[in-house]
Design a protein around this ligand. Sequence first.
Ligand SMILES: CNc1ncnc2c1ncn2[C@@H]1O[C@H](COP(=O)(O)O)[C@@H](O)[C@H]1O
Ligand SMILES: [Zn+2]
Length: 383
Amino acid sequence: MDTETEGKAAAVEEMREWCVALPKVELHAHLNGSVRNSTLLELAKQLGDKGIIVFEDVKDVIMKSDRSLPECFKLFDLFHILTTDHDTVTRIAKEVVEDFAAENVVYLEIRTTPKNNEAKGMTKRSYMDAVIKGLKAVEDVDVELFGSNFRTNETLSSKLLDGDTKKKKIYVRLLLSIDRRETTSAALDTVNLAMEMMDQGVIGIDLSGNPVVGEWETYLPALQHAKNLGIPVTIHCGEVANRKEIQAVLDFCPQRLGHVCCLNDVEWKKLKSLMIPVEICLTSNVMTGGAPSLELHHFADLYNAKHPLSLCTDDSGLFSTSLSNEYYLVATTFGLSKSELFQLAQDAVQFVFADDVVKKSLKEVFKHAEKRLLMWDELAAPS
Ligand SMILES: CNc1ncnc2c1ncn2[C@@H]1O[C@H](COP(=O)(O)O)[C@@H](O)[C@H]1O
Ligand SMILES: [Zn+2]
C-alpha cells in the first residue's frame, strides 16, 4: 500500500471509530430483523438436524445479499420459523440489545409483532413476556427498562457517564407492531396488550409489514384506539407509492413516521408542514428500492429543510448494517462534519417516546460526551 492509500484507509478507520464512539439513539429497529446471522445459522442448523427444514437451502437464503422488498418479507417468514418459540425469542431479544449497546446506542426502541402460535403454546402476551425475559437476561450491559423511576439511587445518566471502567448502560423501550396481514380484531388486541404492558417497558405502537398487503381501513380502528388511549404511534409510510394510504397516514398525523420514500410533491409539502419526525433508514431504503441511491436519498432534502429526523437501522441483521454505519454513510455521502453528526444524534433525543426524565438523562449523556467527541481530532493528533 502506498502512503496515500494508507492515509485514506486510516481516515476511514478513524471516522468509523468516531461513529461507534458517538452516543446514539435508535428509534426504528425490528427485533426479528436485527438478529445476528450467526444466530440465524445456528437456529437453522438445529431445525435442519431435526428434519424440519433443509439447512443448506436456508443457509443460502440467509447468506444471500438479495434484499428486494418482496425478498425481505419472504425472509421474515423464514426468520419467524427459526425464531418463534419462547426460549429463542428470549435469546434474540437479549442478543439484539447487547449488539446495539456494543456500539454505544444509549437509548433503544425495539419494535416487534406479538405473535399467537398455538403449536408453540404462544400467545401475544407470552411472546412479549419472552421478549422482556430476554431484556432482563442481558448481562454485558446494564439495561434500564421499566421507566424513569426504575433506579432510585443511581440514575442511568450518571452510570452512562462513568466511561470505560464500568458496564455500558442502555435504556430500552418496546413498541408493539401491528402486522399489515392482521385483522382489525388482532390489531386491537395488540393495542390493548400495549396498554396492559405500559408499566413493563412498552411505550408505543407501530404499523409495519409488507406494504403491498392489507388496507388502511383495517388498522385504522386500532390506531385510533391507541391514539384515544394516549399511546404514541409510529407508522411505516410510503415504502411503496400507495397515494390513498399515504394521504390517510398524513391525515392521521402519528407521533412519528418511518421511511417516507414514495411521497409526491403535495404529500412532501404536507409532511414538512406537519413537522412529523421521520425515522430515516438509509441502507434499508436503498436495498429495497425505496430510494434510488444513497446520494439521491431524501435524507438530504429533509436535513436541509431542518425537518425533525433520526437515523435508524430498520433491520440491522437483514441489511448487514449498524447504527454507527448509518452515521458513517451520512458523513461520507452528504459530507456532514463531526459536529453536525453529533447534533443529529443528539437531536434524536427529542423524538423518543420515553418521558421527560429519560430525555433529560439522555441530554446529560450527550453533554458529557460532547467535548471528547468534538475534540477527537486534536486529541488524536500526534504531539
Ligand atoms: C424492510 N422494511 C420493512 N417494512 C415493513 N415492515 C417491516 C420492514 N422490516 C421489518 N418489518 C416488519 O417487522 C417484522 C419482523 O420483526 P418482528 O417479527 O416484528 O420482530 C416483519 O415481519 C415485518 O412485519
Ligand atoms: Zn421498519
